[in-house]
Design a protein around this ligand. Structure first.
Ligand code: CA
Length: 647
């Protein structure tokens, strides 16, 4: 007994002595991560320019065959520099040059190599994933959960949207990442009891900002959420048991060796690194080659103004004419087209569109058996044989893409469905937009025919309720800082109708200005945009507004954060084809009045300026900047927009 006690004491001392800590730095040394194994539990902490952004936070995974969260010792961190360069038309930046520090930190358990934590550090992003080794001939394992945590400094505040409980909301379709944000709230809550949807924004008091998300998730894993454990400690959560009506697992079945998706942490003293980060796509690789040279563009969409009854032949023909008049590439034909138009007449519509140079996107229900969403076409997208038959029909008729709706949560089985739809669609040259869905996690680069996802309280809510219209500016001043920073966002906005109805005389009231509608076409990024414009806008909207909506690009070369605060106002700039578009919107009662410096424009260049007066009356003028500065004046629900040649 005495000997045993002595032995345990010695083991304890040995472990304490052997607690190892390794320090990793970003290429220029701004970000420092310390990795340790104190008491056998792997952990990391993050500093930016010597300031603490994450306190010691746990790492590790729990498998059904091994607990890789404790009893581990850090043996080594192999550090090297990695570089990559890629072109991607579907994200905020068309050409990305990536340089990072990679550190492979190896952990032993019971004297054997058990797991590597692979870190990547740039000057704005920290990311890590787990590489799990096979264990004594065990190749099939189940990942039951992760210890991966994020412990924030005291006084951090949160900008988060709660994850819905499963099988709630419209036709039991939740969770589908369609909840409202709480802004600047203290830490310590857990949403509505089920944590928060990614991406999650935190403010490190007056020291800076932190965005936590994940990327590289596909059918080999589950999509995760962020759970609050207590006070300032948050951790990765797996899907909820009730998703998919209780079918499917909350765990991930994997084949060893296995690499998990990446956990990403983007940090900065301002919001610029978060608005400008490309981390979601930097860390992934294409999963297949594009079957054709996919193109991108703008389109019209009757459903947002005209709802279900507008999905008929005559109205869609009118929207094709409208798209042609705008010089747009497509129309999106929403739910019930199979009943209200039918397949034969859809072929006629496709042919008519072709004669006008306008292609078609078609809506589909993802079901399946995971919720009650009744809209048809159903049962065409959930299984390979009918899906491929449908897609062959689309290809024959030149259909450009699909919008698939009403998915069933984040379980591995559902992540596999997203991947299967994308993979099959590529075989037939079809682009894919998801709605009622999860957040995309690096999918623009992983799947070359992927376009965008909803995963936001999108424009439909402006039609459904006045509350969403009243809060439109607040939300527009949130999404470019949070949801849209990590993935393309199919919002379906830029309404020029005064009311959300085809007669433009009934329905909810738009509170925002015409310039606001134009500004969000720049602020919200997606390479295929189906705007909430209506044919009557050719006559009843200002000519300058219609002209801008004809001209606005959908593919961007660069993005720059200028100023703003989530939920209050935003000013940012995007560049396309040698022109900068500087856009701002204001949600506060107080007008935003400030001078901004705009060195991105060529000297003495003439700019087109779209501005609002205090009553939200828009105007379009040609101006020249004085000393490279512009005096912003944005009333509540108003906006401004400057367009001009780049330096
Ligand atoms: Ca939706």
């Amino acid at each position: 007994m005495k000997r045993l006690l002595l032995f345990s004491l010695m083991a304890c001392v040995l472990q304490m002595v052997h607690a190892t800590e390794k320090t990793i730095q970003s290429p220029q040394g701004n970000i420092v991560v310390q990795v340790s194994d104190e008491n056998g539990s792997p952990a990391y902490k993050v500093q930016l320019n010597g300031v603490e952004f994450l306190k010691s936070s746990p790492l590790g995974v729990k498998l059904n065959c091994a607990d890789l969260t404790k009893g581990l010792s850090l043996t080594d961190c192999q550090v090297k520099t990695v570089s990559d360069e890629y072109d991607l038309k579907t994200i905020k930046q068309s050409h990305v040059v990536y340089n990072a520090t990679e550190a492979v930190c190896s952990f032993d358990k019971d004297g054997k190599k058990a797991m590597d934590v692979v870190f990547r550090l740039t000057e704005r992003d920290v990311a890590f994933k787990y590489h799990i080794y096979p264990k004594r001939g065990t190749l099939a394992a189940v990942v039951e959960g992760e210890a991966s945590g994020f412990v924030f400094p005291e006084n951090t505040t949160t900008f988060l949207c709660p994850q819905s409980k499963p099988m709630g909301g419209f036709a039991r379709t939740s969770p589908s990442y369609e909840t409202s944000y709480s802004l600047d709230e203290p830490m310590g809550k857990n949403g509505w009891g089920e944590g928060y949807s990614f991406p999650c924004l935190f403010k490190n008091a007056d020291k800076g900002w932190i965005l936590v998300s994940e990327t590289g998730t596909d059918g080999a894993y589950v999509a995760c959420r962020l759970l609050n454990e207590n006070a300032n400690a948050y951790k990765i959560g797996f899907p909820q048991a009730g998703e998919m009506n209780g079918a499917g697992t909350t765990t991930a079945a994997v084949s060893l060796p296995f690499d998990t998706p990446w956990r990403t942490i983007t940090i900065g003293t301002t919001l610029a690194p978060i608005v400008e980060t490309t981390v979601a796509n930097d860390l992934v690789k294409p999963k297949y080659a594009p079957s054709k040279d996919y193109t991108y563009g703008k389109g019209t969409w009757s459903w947002i103004i005209g709802m279900d009854s507008s999905c008929n032949f005559d109205e869609q023909k009118r929207y094709i004419d409208f798209a042609a008049a705008m010089g747009y590439r497509s129309v999106l034909i929403d739910a019930l087209w199979d009943q209200q138009i039918g397949y034969d007449r859809m072929e006629q519509l496709a042919e008519y569109g072709r004669s006008k140079g306008v292609g078609i996107f078609l809506w589909y229900n993802s079901n399946g058996q995971w919720n009650d969403a009744p809209q048809s076409p159903r049962d065409k997208m959930d299984k390979s044989a009918p899906r491929r038959k449908e897609m062959a029909w689309m290809q024959k008729n030149g259909i450009l893409g699909i919008k698939v709706d009403f998915f069933g949560g984040d379980k591995q089985q559902m992540m596999q469905l997203y991947e299967d739809i994308l993979t099959d669609a590529n075989d037939f040259g079809i682009q894919v937009i998801f709605h009622g869905c999860t957040l995309p996690r690096g999918w623009e680069r992983m799947y070359p025919n992927y376009v965008a996802s909803e995963a936001v309280l999108a424009s439909e809510n402006l039609h459904f309720g006045q509350g969403a219209c009243d809060a439109e500016a607040t939300n527009a001043a949130i999404h470019p800082f949070i949801r849209n920073t990590v993935g393309s966002m199919d919002f379906g906005g830029s309404t020029l109708n005064k009311r959300y109805n085809a007669d433009n005389k009934s329905g909810t009231y738009r509170r925002t200005s015409d310039v606001f509608a134009l500004a969000t076409a720049v602020l919200f990024q997606s390479s295929v945009q189906h705007f909430a414009l209506a044919p009557n806008n050719l006559e009843d909207a200002p000519q300058w507004a219609v002209q801008f909506m004809k001209d606005v690009p959908v593919n961007w070369d660069e993005v720059k954060f200028i100023d703003g605060y989530p939920g209050k106002y935003i000013i940012m700039a995007r560049k396309s084809a040698g022109k900068w578009y500087v856009a701002g919107v204001n949600a506060q009662d107080q007008a935003v009045k400030q001078k901004i410096s705009l060195p991105m424009f060529a000297k003495n260049v003439q700019l087109t300026a779209y501005t609002d007066d205090k009553d939200l009356n828009g105007a379009c003028n040609t101006i020249k900047l004085k000393k490279g500065e512009f005096a912003v004046e944005m009333p509540k629900n108003g906006a401004f927009l400057l367009v001009g040649q780049a330096e």
